[in-house]
Design a protein around this ligand. Structure first.
Ligand code: G1P
Length: 296
């Protein structure tokens, strides 16, 4: 797909404290969901949507991510020599036409600060942000990034953000949109956005679904954003300032098939694993039968 946006920033520096002890030495982005680690689905989604250069914002304990995307010629040769063609296919992702870059967020000051670490890499180009701990759709079949880039180009927007409707008791976990109107419920301009509001304060139930497209001017807003919720520099607060400055920020709604799996807490991690396991082409049926037996 030809589009004007080629760069993706993938923040993976978060500590994953809600998944301790799993995440003590294992990055949450490397947790298995079905057959692949979370971050592989994210990279495959970006590749499918035409992104070419990926910058990971990493942190301590995250080197397994770099290893996962290396080309492992020793393993490839071994599988080739021993005739393990099927397993060889599982490593095809290593050969995707993508360039990988890594930089460290040296202090944990929040998502906004993590994005700011990408400034010199991004330069003057538009770019996307895809949170490395969130899969959209079973087996990451989401095409939302394509639609977001299309809206970004057509509307000459300054930012486009993915949204998913969530139940009221979940609004406190996400950035929540205040749309100008919902004449088109799938593509709407934002009048405001609020980070992790209480249900009473939430302007809607439309929650940021971990994918963004930005003009590089977002960096100017991030640089002057003060610590907000949880004393962190929030990306949402920088977006709020953009909107207040009259910039054009749009929301695009995910489809039900692009449902978010947020691998940041056990409930959502367990649900994701189950859903991917029961949709596995080889073992899905067997797993369904097993579940029926032990869930009475
Ligand atoms: C971040 C953002 C939030 C967004 C969420 C999921 O929160 O700050 O606005 O809704 O990702 O996309 P976190 O999950 O890092 O606390």
């Amino acid at each position: 797909m030809a589009n004007s946006v080629k760069l993706a920033v993938i923040p993976v520096a978060g500590k994953g404290t809600r998944l301790i002890p799993l995440t003590k030495s294992l990055p949450k982005e490397m947790l298995p969901v079905g057959r692949k680690p979370v971050v592989q689905y994210v990279v495959e989604e970006l590749n499918r949507c035409g992104l070419q250069k990926l910058l990971f914002i990493t942190g301590p304990t995250k080197t397994a991510i770099e290893n996962h995307f290396d080309l492992d010629m020793e393993l490839i040769n071994h599988l080739r020599q021993t005739g393990k063609e099927k397993l060889l296919m599982e490593l095809a992702y290593e050969k995707a036409d993508l360039q990988y870059f890594y930089t460290r967020q040296r202090r944990q000051l929040g998502l906004g600060h993590a994005i700011l670490c990408a400034e010199s890499f991004v330069g003057k180009e538009p770019f996307v942000v895809a949170l490395g701990d969130t899969i959209l759709g079973v087996n990451a079949k989401a095409r939302i990034m394509e639609r977001m880039i299309q809206v970004f180009e057509e509307k000459e927007a300054d930012a486009v953000i993915a949204f998913e409707e969530v139940p009221e008791d979940e609004v406190h976990r996400y950035g929540i949109a205040s749309p100008v109107d919902l004449t088109d419920p799938n593509v709407f301009q934002l009048a405001n956005i609020v980070e992790k509001p209480s249900p009473a304060e939430a302007p809607s139930h439309l929650a940021v679904a971990s994918r963004y497209v930005f003009q590089p001017e977002i960096f100017e807003y991030l640089k002057v954003t003060k610590p907000g919720k949880n004393d962190e520099i929030q990306l949402t607060d920088a977006i709020q300032s953009m909107i207040a400055d009259g910039k054009k920020v749009y929301g695009v709604r995910v489809t039900p098939e692009e449902h978010r799996f947020d691998i940041g807490n056990f409930e959502s991690y367990f649900s994701a694993f189950l859903e991917f396991a029961v949709s596995d082409p080889d073992y899905g049926e067997v797993i369904r039968e097993k579940i029926k037996k032990f869930v009475k």
